[in-house]
Design a protein around this ligand. Structure first.
Ligand SMILES: Cc1cc2nc3c(=O)[nH]c(=O)nc-3n(C[C@H](O)[C@H](O)[C@H](O)COP(=O)(O)OP(=O)(O)OC[C@H]3O[C@@H](n4cnc5c(N)ncnc54)[C@H](O)[C@@H]3O)c2cc1C
Length: 419
């Protein structure tokens, strides 16, 4: 079967890999000059099934109001006259019940754990290297109140069988020795040893090269204008220069831009762009840098070691498709890394970046078929697209191939919203 994948981010490229491995002829269309140059470019680098949880959780509406008031706020809402934003927010708030949280969390953990295992298999199969480490995640608490509430998190981890350790300051320093220099800043932490880290962009580029070795064709610099369809079939992809490309099946993996492409086909995808920012600093003193990922719970900022760099990522900004680099967000990221790893890297030589997380209101991506018979989606991965990419790609390849998937998939496709 010939399959065209729309979008060459980490999700599109992992889809291409598993489809090629399943024996299909695969073509990837991507508007950028290479793979993984939009949201997959400079994310926080966490492969974190331990943190696979929806943002929509009980208590979030109240917490969100508090976050909006903070100087270094993790959440920013730009008042906009945009009905799609308010429709999305309404659906997200509807998911803030205990029942919805448990349902959504269960789906996300299932896919994220499958994905981490798929990534390990892929590494063993290909030998791919991407500045990765398997050293877990440390969520760091600056206040006693945060530490006192750790039971809320560990109950959920217990329920899903995710290994963890609650640490006192000495335990945090044993896991992340550079924290010894700032031992007054924090009171404890929660360590998730099963998590991994790595550079999603490096991974995507190297996997794209491996895909080419498997016969996958990449058309870079190719903007997709629209899909042509007849009855319940997509018949062609029209590119911005008017060219038409045809295949037997099509996979929409355009991140936050997927809904606009599918809307003319009568398919409403509840995916909204949630903007985030990152800083990447060269390491100046390896002993003063993080070993793995440290999550600064106060600012909701993740600080990750990626080879000879420190990546600092965070902020959820609801601002449509704006790609403006806003300096207050930079200050928050800088503040967090300066507090925790003051001598680790050189902030004066940091690069500042922004990307749009393709978020669904229930936090779970949308992987599976649509009511258009030969059109599939693999999008909506939100905060965890790097974590879930391999599992989503492998699941998608099984669905396109008509093979029984290795995990439950009924509640991962778009039709869960109809229910
Ligand atoms: C600050 C930040 C930190 C994050 N940290 C983490 C983390 O630590 N761990 C984690 O798991 N996830 C993290 N994420 C989320 C993760 O980066 C995303 O979920 C993931 O990159 C989404 O991948 P994607 O392939 O779906 O989208 P993208 O990478 O955006 O890929 C979509 C592709 O489609 C292309 N495209 C779009 N429209 C068109 C068109 N019309 N024609 C042709 N091509 C088109 C784009 O150029 C793009 O390359 C973070 C995100 C941000 C912003």
């Amino acid at each position: 079967m010939h399959v065209i994948i729309l979008g060459g981010g980490v999700v599109g490229v992992t889809s291409a890999y598993y489809l090629a491995r399943a024996g299909h002829q695969v073509t990837v269309l991507e508007r950028q000059p290479g793979a993984g140059l939009e949201t997959s470019f400079a994310n926080a680098g966490q492969v974190s099934p331990g943190y696979a949880a929806p943002w929509a959780a009980p208590g979030i509406p109240i917490k969100a109001l508090k976050w909006l008031m903070m100087r270094h706020r993790p959440l920013v809402l730009w008042p906009r006259l945009e009905p799609r934003l308010y429709a999305w927010l309404t659906r997200m708030l509807a998911n803030c019940t205990e029942e919805a949280y448990q349902r959504n969390k269960g789906r996300m953990v299932r896919l994220a754990e499958y994905s981490r295992d798929a990534l390990r298999d892929l590494r063993a199969e290909t030998g791919i290297a991407y500045d990765h480490r398997e050293k877990g995640t440390l969520q760091l608490f600056r206040t006693r109140k945060q530490l006192d509430h750790v039971g809320d998190d560990t109950r959920v981890l217990d329920a899903y069988g995710v290994p963890y350790t609650v640490l006192d300051p000495a335990g945090c320093i044993a896991a992340e020795p550079a924290l010894a220099a700032v031992r007054d800043v924090f009171v404890g932490g929660l360590r998730l040893p099963g998590d991994e880290t790595g550079d999603a962009h490096l991974f995507t580029q190297r996997l794209a090269a491996l895909c080419e070795g498997l016969g996958v064709t990449f058309h870079y610099g190719t903007a997709i204008a629209r899909l042509h369809h007849a009855g319940d079939r997509v018949t062609a992809v029209e590119t911005a220069d008017g060219g038409l490309l045809r295949a037997d099946a099509y996979v929409a993996a355009l991140g936050s831009y997927t809904p606009a492409l599918l809307r003319p086909l009568g398919i409403a995808l509840p995916v909204y762009p949630v903007k985030g920012y990152s800083l990447t600093l060269p390491i100046t003193d390896a002993a003063a840098a993080p070993v793995s990922t440290v999550m600064d719970e106060t600012y909701k900022v993740a600080i990750t070691r990626l080879g000879d760099r420190i990546r600092v990522g965070g902020t959820a900004e609801l601002a449509g498709f704006s790609s403006a680099l806003r300096l207050p967000r930079r200050e928050t990221l800088a503040r967090s890394v300066q507090d925790l790893f003051p001598a680790g890297g050189d902030l004066d030589r940091a690069s500042f970046w922004t990307g749009l997380r393709p978020m669904t209101p229930d936090g779970t991506p949308i992987v599976g078929g649509t009511r258009v018979g030969n059109l599939f989606t693999n999008t909506g991965h939100g905060t965890l697209g790097w974590t879930m990419a391999c599992g989503s790609g492998r699941l998608l390849a099984d669905l396109v191939s008509g093979r029984p998937p290795e995990i439950g998939r009924d509640d991962l496709a778009l039709d869960r919203y109809a229910a």
